[in-house]
Design a protein around this ligand. Sequence first.
Ligand code: DON
Length: 598
Amino acid sequence: MTFSPKPVAALVAAALLMPTFAFAAPPAPKGHAMVVSVHHEASDAGLEILKQGGNAVDAAVATGFALAVVFPRAGNIGGGGFMLIRLGKHAQHGEKSGKTHFLDFRERAPGAATADMYLDKDGNVIPRLSTLGYKAIGVPGSVAGLVYAQQHFGKLTLAQDMAPAIRLASEGVVLSAGEAAILHNRNLAGFPESVRVFQRGGDFYKEGETFKQPDLAATLTRISTDPDDFYKGKIAAQLSQSITSHGGLITPADLAAYKVVDREPLTGQYKANGKTFDIITSPPPSSGGIVLLEALNILQGENLPAAGGDRSAGQVHLITEAFRRAYMDRADYLGDPDYNTMPLKEMASARYAAAMRATISPTAPTPSDQLKRPAGFLPPPPALPPAHTESRETTHFSVVDADGTAVSMTYTLNGFFGCGATAEGLGFALNNEMDDFSSKPGAMNMFKLIQGPANAIGPGHRPLSSMTPTIVTTHGGFFRRPKVEYVIGSPGGSTIITTVTNDFLSQAVNGLSVQAASDAPRFHHQYLPDTLEFEKAFPHDVVDTMQKMGYKVSQTNPADTNTAGVWGGSELITIDPKSGALAGANDPRYKDGKVSSY
Ligand code: DON
């Protein structure tokens, strides 16, 4: 479409005068210690552990295992994820107060995986091979990650932390209407063990019925008494047998070789409203932290309040242009840090951000195919041919304990119930994380992400992720220690990073309450495809303004067939820096979630 800048400037100016979208948010619950997750039973499991004297890590372990039972489409022991920890005042295990850890328990490609394993003989991507069924499975990391966290940072025992999950699996949970409907998921239909476990052999569960998972209860009990059994013992043998007998690649040796990596988080700063926010976020193999920091660095030099209020056309424009630029670098450079050298320092530099900012027009989008990276900053990216979607599910939760330890954790099976298959006799769904690799450089994955050679499949490699668990601290004063102010994270595949960025900006810049930030209708741009996506509830006047400005817009989120035009799940905690009071936000997009606190 063609347009002239003047009317567009007038449109933006007119949009700026419009009132900002009004959020109807209930007051956020408050407490001294808090767990926020997408399921009330899982939040209460964490709270039970906090009340027993566990710390935030124990509570996160309890909530993580509980979500594997009560939220099986994403909560898992058959997938992987990231846990970001910032230790509170009285850190145990010889650790210092304020120390941070990023536990990477991302899935790994099996040893027999090859760069072209999803291509036919002509080099074309074979549809669904990386998303549905046994070939899509990466070596699961969740059990190793939760056990590592418990053993290195917890106060109670693994058996104590796992007790609520085991109880929920053996005694069962009463299903809400939404949960019963989700168990009908068609991804499960092709796998008899999934139909047996989640669909009662075809006699589908209904609202109000109790869903019991005896096989999963037995598996969890075995893990709680001998966590090594999952990777090196009988569970490992049974799991590998279940996968390889159906054409999958994961051998006992792949499971035995799995390792959690305790990485340094990425850090950056953002100044707003007279405050300096220290951002502690996810390093590769997450792309989230670096894209978040690059976008924030670009935005640091823009006057967001002058551009309008939260979700105003003026802010949506500037934030989108920052996203577009940061996601371009994601596509070109990022992959598994254990196998790639990546220009992370350069990507996070203020000078580079300033040069990027200079390419943003105040009144018009930069079409992605015309976007040029400023010269002289980053090495030339590896060459990439140009490019070609399905449903998705991950889950995020946040925990803060009375000592100030904060945990931000996101983990996933990737798709809804992962690859659709359930480990025979073990009662848990298996991931399809292999789709997060580039099946072929230039080909889109299920999140329409195009990724480069750095994210090619290789034995033992971790696929690039967008999961972005993040913790933000502020200085309480000159001699004061930094204090945690925000615990942030979300599911949503490629939209995770834009949701996390906006949840931070809505609170830190626009002054929204934590619940209002979580409620706010979402927008997303990821460079390619060159489309500005809006949730259904996004104010139509702003969407129209963006379209008139020259953006290609979409308000249906076509990639997301499960959540009817919404995405993300911001289960957040914010701590008032003055009073220390905690406020939690349960994303209204999840009807069964809960802020549990005492
Ligand atoms: O790691 C990633 O980026 C994806 N596997 C996350 C998938 C996801 O968030 C699906 N959720 N709604």
